[in-house]
Write a protein that binds this ligand. Structure first.
Ligand SMILES: Cc1ncc(C[n+]2csc(CCOP(=O)(O)OP(=O)(O)O)c2C)c(N)n1
Ligand SMILES: CC(=O)[C@@H](O)[C@H](O)COP(=O)(O)O
Ligand SMILES: [Mg+2]
Length: 637
């Protein structure tokens, strides 16, 4: 029997002899590689925290000592050591283990939100609660990556934490020098200076062998290092950065030396007040195909062949079309610049960056900064394109509203992964943007239905110079192009029907709307299908079109509340057009992880379900009209 299968609880990890830990680490790596090869997921980040997580559970008493993960994508090892090894094969599958911490799964899990740079704020609050409750024998442990440390919230929290010498808090900085790609910014270069310095191996050895003597407070640590080894005098240890914040610092520690990490954590635990333990790890450690993967160290690979490391080919995606079109636009428009928040490849901007490196800005995991910096770039006469995942725009809403839109700046925000994403759980779905964006004055929003429209609408968006624009599209494979059969104002008519139902298809929902229209025909219900292309502001031609139909059905891959459907209803109400509007969208609740297609089917966003629901709505409408004919005068055609 292997060691891992004997681990049912962190206590079992504590009971192991030190000599058993390398074997445990090897078993864990084998399980990580073999499982993620089938399920996909965050292999690189988790291979980098095997020894670190073992040490955490040997030193602290989870859940009494809460272990909090920033972003949460690197918590697979934590799950394996907290009684979920048997279920690990269900990772990221519907009904199986989440790819992030899950409170429903375990008392050892706390933070479910996958949005980065939040952990120190949770930890600040939780540690304060322990102090207030007199629970001074409990320690909060917060694990944050070097990438997540580039997010502003992390520094807001550090500013608060540094002011409290009594907080029972240990911050473990998991420094692998990478976000997806190499981490950027002044902080990163400071942290990475350590790696580049010749003697850093010596520093690791030195700190490890003298941890008992090396005081943790900044200055003495620095002097000690100086005193011990003249040759290391120019070692740049980042303790200065944290020391300036008044935080105790232990490190840097070799994050793959379990004994050294354990010793450092025990030492840190012995101190009152917040302590930083700086751990150097390698993303993908222990699996050569991940270690040597040049793009992102297998940050989040597709299913792959374990022997060759060959990933399942990714389908031609919306992101590919966006990336290609940006290179073309970049050639024609030298004022167009691009901004990414630490996701150059995942958002498709890598080709633009290669072609126009001076016009590409990676701001780190800092979406708020990205938007306001974009406003500054626009002040300077440029037209920035900010590419982020739809769900991450949520945290930069005020910057879009007050820094970009208030000044009517020509910034184009491209929202990839808009709508249901699925595998990454509730906090990754892009199901809020169409609701949030409705309230931004002067902002225009486009929702392409296919690749051809994405190219068209992106080109239109970057030509709009009197205010911000948004172009949003979903994750994954592109649908086939659907050509219009006519126009209604600026809207594309995809299918001309009679006066029964006007189907307003938002973006990629066009496909299921056309399917539904065909099925409705069989029910004797004739549907006209239109694609607005620009869903904000809505085309006034919609008023006339709606008034000629018995029912308007708006279909959107967004939460049902406050999205395009509600905007259409408001438009018709304001125009005194008394035609009922039905919105078919994503229920306004947090959706458990599952495949995108499965979730869309579960929430009724399929052609069949639409046809059934619209048939029922038309029947209800007929009953109302028959029972109260006087109430509703239906305009003649
Ligand atoms: C607000 C936000 N923006 C972007 C992301 C996408 N994202 C997921 S993991 C990751 C990199 C995190 O880097 P780091 O904290 O260093 O962890 P590592 O993967 O290196 O272990 C990013 C950018 C996110 N989760 N949250
Ligand atoms: C953890 C995180 O935010 C991303 O790595 C997320 O997994 C995005 O995955 P995709 O890029 O596959 O949509
Ligand atoms: Mg990192």
């Amino acid at each position: 029997m292997g060691i891992l299968e004997t681990i049912k609880d962190p206590l079992d990890v504590k009971r192991l002899e030190a000599g058993q830990l390398p074997a445990l680490a090897e078993e864990i790596r084998d399980v990580l590689v073999s499982t993620v090869a089938k399920t996909a997921g965050h292999l690189g980040p988790n291979l980098g925290v095997v020894e670190l997580t073992i040490a955490l559970h040997r030193v602290f008493d989870s859940p009494r000592d809460p272990i909090l993960f920033d972003t949460g994508h690197q918590s697979y090892v934590h799950k394996l050591l907290t009684g979920r090894a048997e279920r690990f094969g269900t990772l990221r599958q519907e009904g199986g283990l989440s790819g992030y911490p899950s409170r429903a799964e375990s008392e050892h899990d706390f933070i479910e939100n996958s949005h980065a740079s939040t952990v120190l704020s949770y930890a600040d609050g939780l540690a304060k609660a322990f102090v207030l409750g007199g629970e001074t024998d409990r320690t909060v442990v917060a694990l944050i990556g070097d990438g997540a440390l580039t997010g502003g919230m992390a520094w807001e929290a550090l500013n608060n934490i540094a002011g409290r010498k009594d907080l029972p808090l240990i911050i473990v900085v998991n420094d692998n020098g990478r976000s997806y790609s190499p981490t950027i910014g002044g902080l990163a270069s400071h942290l990475s200076s350590l790696r580049m310095t010749q003697g850093y191996e010596h520093v690791l050895e030195l700190v490890k062998n003298n941890l008992g003597r090396v005081p943790v407070v900044g200055t003495p640590l620095y002097d000690t290092l100086h005193g011990m080894k003249k040759g290391l005098k120019d070692i740049l240890t980042p303790q200065a950065m944290f020391e300036d914040l008044g935080l105790k610092y232990v490190g840097p520690i070799d994050g793959h030396d379990e004994g050294a990490v354990e010793a450092a954590l025990r030492r840190a635990r012995g101190f009152r007040g917040p302590v930083i333990v700086h751990v150097l790890t390698r993303k993908g450690n222990g699996y050569a195909h991940a270690e040597n993967h040049d793009e992102d160290c297998f940050h989040s690979p597709q299913p792959f062949d374990v022997e060759t490391g060959e990933e399942r080919p990714r389908p031609h995606s919306w992101t590919n079309v966006f990336g290609d079109e940006m290179v073309k636009i970049g050639a024609e428009r030298t004022d167009v610049v691009a901004i990414t928040a630490a996701m150059l490849h995942p958002t498709g901007l890598a080709a633009f960056a290669e072609a126009y490196p001076d016009r590409t800005y990676d701001v780190g995991i800092a979406e708020q900064h990205a938007l306001t910096s974009a406003a500054g770039l626009a002040f300077g006469g440029l037209h920035p394109v900010v590419a982020v995942y739809a769900t991450f725009l949520n945290r930069a809403f005020d910057q879009l509203l007050m820094d970009v839109a208030l000044h009517r700046q020509p910034v184009t925000v491209v929202l990839d992964r808009a709508g249901v994403t699925g595998d990454d759980g509730p906090s990754h779905n892009g199901m809020w943007d169409l609701s949030l964006l409705q309230v931004v004055p002067g902002l225009s929003v486009a929702a392409p239905r296919d690749g051809a429209r994405l190219r068209e609408l992106l080109a239109e968006a970057v030509r709009i110079e009197d205010g911000p624009t948004v172009v949003r599209f979903p994750k994954g494979a592109l649908p086939a192009d659907v050509d219009a059969v006519g126009k209604l104002g600026e809207m594309d008519v995809l299918r001309a029907g009679d006066a029964d139902v006007l189907l307003v298809a938002v973006g990629p929902m066009a496909e299921i709307c056309l399917e539904a229209a065909t099925l409705l025909d069989a029910q004797g219900i004739s549907a006209t299908v239109v694609d607005p292309r620009w869903v904000k502001p809505l085309d006034k031609a919609l008023v006339l079109a709606a008034s000629a139909h018995r029912l308007v059905a708006v279909v959107e891959d967004n939460g049902r509340v406050g999205g395009v459907g509600d905007a259409v209803a408001r438009l018709l109400r304001d125009a005194d057009v008394d035609v009922p509007v039905r919105t078919y969208g994503v229920p306004q609740r947090f959706l458990d992880h599952a495949k995108r297609a499965k979730i869309l089917s579960d929430v009724g966003l399929t052609g069949q379900d639409l046809a059934r629901q619209i048939t029922e709505a038309v029947a209800r409408r007929s009953q109302v009209m028959e029972s109260h004919p006087a109430r509703l005068v239906h305009p003649t055609d």
